[in-house]
Design a protein around this ligand. Structure first.
Ligand SMILES: Cc1cc2nc3c(=O)[nH]c(=O)nc-3n(C[C@H](O)[C@H](O)[C@H](O)COP(=O)(O)OP(=O)(O)OC[C@H]3O[C@@H](n4cnc5c(N)ncnc54)[C@H](O)[C@@H]3O)c2cc1C
Length: 396
């Protein structure tokens, strides 16, 4: 590029940071605006699971693997803690075990690396599987565990130092306007970006990564997009024994209903029908259970899914009790204290991995990664900038 394109990214969650990184690597001059003192949305409230095994096989699974490589690059270059611990889905019911066996049989044709484990093999991998009724598990080596609170706090520093990205925190963007510019006899356009405090900046391109905030910039487009908001309740357990180690990330048979990759398995219907008939309360609150141990030993547990704009600011003890009940059926968690409880909100599109729109020329909306933003953000951002540069004839 002869003159460096000036790019603004709005939102310093994982999606905004991913765009800032990809754009800066491609030679753009990048500035990030975040309305809070530091990003405090879904990107710091999640499990920290980089979870390719949750993506449908094919293009999205491959993109999740590409994202995984970016996380490993960050570990090497930015010193961000990344644990390549893999994952195990546990089966405590015959229909769940059927699904895992069907999936393993198809896995090489689906190009998904995984293997079945018997209960003994599971116990060699983790002390956290409840052996009562345990039939087997599916080990996948591809999953990573990161600490989202630390990663999303330290990435801006690294982007600043390594890639000269500028950050403006406490800076809510309230409007974007296309303005025409006359320069050396030619007319061009720029985007006038205004903060809530009235500061103005000029950019050539703007990427809006506003997460679940659908009512602030371009609310009509976002409201008409099909995006839905979802509230999730979470817990963190601090084991009494600081040396206790979970090993791989863990998911339960209930989780099989949640991720599309298992839709290729005929027995998934049996799991769904059984849960709907025997445990309708789990469907009502979208409960399935997972566990991830972070780099400080805390075990992050969850979760539930309540969809709709009417987000209750207060968490429900009913939901927490259901999560704890289901956790105790499948996991054998160490003695310790539930030392934190919180909820997170994400925006999700019913069919797309991310919602993209161009409300005015050179302004791009990019949100709606649902429950997979930690897994997909880097791959999606790379795909966007590759596509964009190819279209503009800028690919090197
Ligand atoms: C409880 C929970 C568990 C999850 N677990 C996982 C997991 O284990 N693995 C996984 O892959 N995904 C997981 N997810 C999903 C993942 O966290 C999200 O997909 C991802 O964090 C979304 O990132 P984002 O950058 O789009 O949104 P956010 O993190 O919400 O960031 C958006 C940012 O934009 C800022 N902003 C908005 N409007 C403006 C404005 N006008 N001006 C300036 N700033 C603005 C906000 O302040 C915010 O910081 C989970 C989500 C939740 C809630």
């Amino acid at each position: 590029m002869s003159t460096r394109e000036r790019v603004a990214v709005i939102g310093a969650g994982i999606v905004g940071l991913a765009h800032a990184w990809s754009a800066a690597e491609r030679g753009r001059s990048v500035t990030v605006f975040e309305r809070h003192h530091f990003a405090s949305g879904a990107s710091i409230r999640n499990f920290g699971m980089v979870w390719p095994i949750g993506q449908p096989h094919g293009e999205l699974y491959q993109m999740a693997l590409a994202s995984r490589e970016r996380w490993l690059q960050l570990e090497r270059e930015a010193g961000i803690a990344v644990n390549p611990c893999g994952s195990i889905h546990l089966a405590h019911h015959p229909d769940e075990w059927q699904v895992l066996q069907q999936f393993a049989a198809l896995s090489s044709s689906l190009k998904v690396a995984c293997q079945l484990l018997n209960p003994n093999e599971i116990h060699q991998q983790t002390p956290a599987a409840n052996s009562t009724g345990l039939l087997g598990g599916l080990l996948s080596p591809s999953e990573l565990c990161v600490n989202p609170r630390e990663a999303v706090r330290s990435l801006p520093r690294w982007l600043e130092e390594r890639h000269h990205v500028r950050f403006y925190f406490n800076s809510r963007i309230v409007s974007l306007d296309q303005i025409s510019k006359n320069h050396a006899g030619t007319t061009g356009y720029a985007i006038d970006v205004k903060t809530a405090c009235g500061r103005r900046f000029e950019f050539d391109r703007v990427i809006i990564c506003c997460g679940a905030e659908l009512m602030s910039l371009y609310p009509l487009i976002l409201q008409a997009s099909g995006l839905v908001r979802c509230k999730l309740q979470m817990l963190s357990l601090r084991p009494d024994n600081p040396h206790w180690r979970q090993g791989p990330l863990l998911a339960s048979g209930l989780t099989l209903r949640h991720y599309r990759i298992f839709e290729v398995c005929p027995s998934l219907n049996d799991v769904r029908q059984r849960i709907a008939a025997d445990f309708p309360e789990l469907n009502q609150y979208g409960i399935h259970v997972m566990a991830a141990q972070n780099n400080h030993g805390d075990v992050i547990l969850g979760d539930s899914h309540e969809y709709g704009d009417d987000i209750d600011p207060f968490d429900k003890s009913l939901i927490e009790n259901l999560i704890l009940r289901e956790l105790s059926k499948v996991f054998c968690l160490p003695p310790g204290q539930i030392h934190q409880r919180w909820h997170g909100i994400y925006a999700k599109h019913p069919t797309l991995p991310v919602f993209e729109a161009t409300p005015i020329p050179d302004v791009h909306l990019f949100t709606g990664t649902g429950g997979a933003g930690m897994t997909m953000a880097f791959g999606l951002a790379e795909q966007f900038w590759n596509r964009f540069d190819n279209r503009s004839g800028l690919a090197s």
